[in-house]
Write a protein that binds this ligand. Structure first.
Ligand SMILES: NC(=O)c1ccc[n+]([C@@H]2O[C@H](COP(=O)([O-])OP(=O)(O)OC[C@H]3O[C@@H](n4cnc5c(N)ncnc54)[C@H](OP(=O)(O)O)[C@@H]3O)[C@@H](O)[C@H]2O)c1
Length: 326
């Protein structure tokens, strides 16, 4: 099979397109004939040896894929060869065949083509889990979403609207804010040009945001602590801006705030039944037209380096996807 391989820690341009033997599914695993692979920030780390997982060389990056079931490992009963699926192999997605645990494979929601499905599990799983399981977002509450035109941010805008919240979206340009608005955001803030705290207070009549979804970190998180409502909940999703959020506990105390970390991948290991139920809810919302996942760039496998650079340059909105079978 063709695969885009990492042979040593390096830069995106060091990845090599090559032919290798296709992996076979072991017990409890599924081999997926990959049509498309979602491109994630973690892929930029795994090829540099900066991610928690360090696979043996050579390996293909690629956390999440969509395609059809190619082969079933021993004991797998809930899928048939040929089923359209999406799944999370962890790595190995930038290849024509990827193997994932059956518990990490899901039927593709009706109407999702492979590119849409390939970029769906991690962003929407993260947005839903953070807002429902951790923040307990309620209808009528105000949700502040940072990096709202990015992968997890745009998913959080849509999930927030599906849950009945008023959504305030932040992003770094007018074009990105327009994307967030087209996906349902009620209020828009350009956090490169406007003062976050002042604008959130204006929009909420001085009350502040009930829930903050933060994949960006750094100064944006610090400002969020100051514009969260009494009993507000802040969910730490990631550090796209490069600085890990710092939390002065006095700010938590005076406004009865709660700050949570949220790592979706840990639920796949610790609570797989909850994740499967989550995907049923997300598929139902998609069927009702409440979720419209966006893919801003579809590139062939050979242009994987360019796909990773798009993320690093903040040039993507929604997801970047590699069309592996192209
Ligand atoms: N906790 C979890 O389970 C989980 C799951 C998925 C991802 N993550 C993490 O969450 C973070 C965001 O993931 P994502 O999929 O939303 O990524 P993404 O699609 O690249 O979006 C990130 C957004 O952050 C903003 N940003 C601000 N400063 C940036 C910088 N210096 N470089 C790049 N982007 C910057 C950009 O928006 P503007 O240009 O509008 O500022 C961009 O749209 C990453 O750290 C990722 O590892 C965590």
């Amino acid at each position: 099979m063709r695969a885009l391989l990492c042979r040593a820690w390096g830069e995106p341009e060091d990845l090599e397109l090559d032919e290798i033997a296709a992996p076979e599914p072991g017990p409890g695993e599924i081999a997926i004939a990959v049509e498309a692979a979602g491109v994630n920030f973690a892929d930029t780390l795994i090829i540099r040896g900066k991610y928690q997982e360090k696979p043996p060389f050579p390996f293909a990056p690629g956390l999440e894929v969509a395609g059809t079931v190619a082969a079933l490992g021993e004991g797998v009963q809930s899928f048939r060869v040929g089923d359209p699926v999406m799944g999370i192999p962890g790595h190995g997605g930038y290849a024509e065949v990827a193997v994932a645990k059956a518990s990490d494979v899901f039927h593709r929601p009706a109407g999702f083509d492979a590119a849409i499905a390939a970029g769906f599990p991690i962003t929407y799983g993260t947005a839903h889990g953070a807002l429902v399981w951790r923040a307990d977002l309620q209808p009528g509450e105000t949700l502040l979403v940072h990096g709202a035109a990015g992968g997890t941010g745009l998913a959080a805008v849509e999930v927030g609207k599906a849950l009945g919240a008023t959504v305030i979206a932040t992003a770094g340009s007018a074009d990105k804010l327009a994307v967030a608005q087209a996906h349902g955001a009620d209020h828009l803030i350009n956090y490169r040009e406007e003062d976050l705290r002042t604008r959130v207070k204006e929009i909420t009549g001085g009350r502040g945001a009930d829930v903050v979804f933060d994949p960006v970190g750094g100064k944006v998180f610090e400002a969020s602590l100051r514009c969260a409502a009494w009993e507000g909940r802040l969910v730490v999703i990631g550090f796209a801006a490069g600085d890990v959020q710092q939390i002065p506990a006095n700010l938590l105390l005076v406004k009865n705030l709660a700050a949570f970390g949220f790592y979706w991948g840990s639920y796949r290991k610790n609570a797989p039944a909850r994740v499967r139920a989550q995907f049923e809810q997300l598929a139902a919302w998609a069927a009702e037209g409440k979720l419209r996942p966006r893919v801003s760039h579809r590139l062939p496998l050979a242009r994987g380096a360019e796909a990773l650079r798009l993320l690093e340059r903040r040039a993507a909105t929604g997801k970047v996807v590699l069309e592996v079978s192209r």
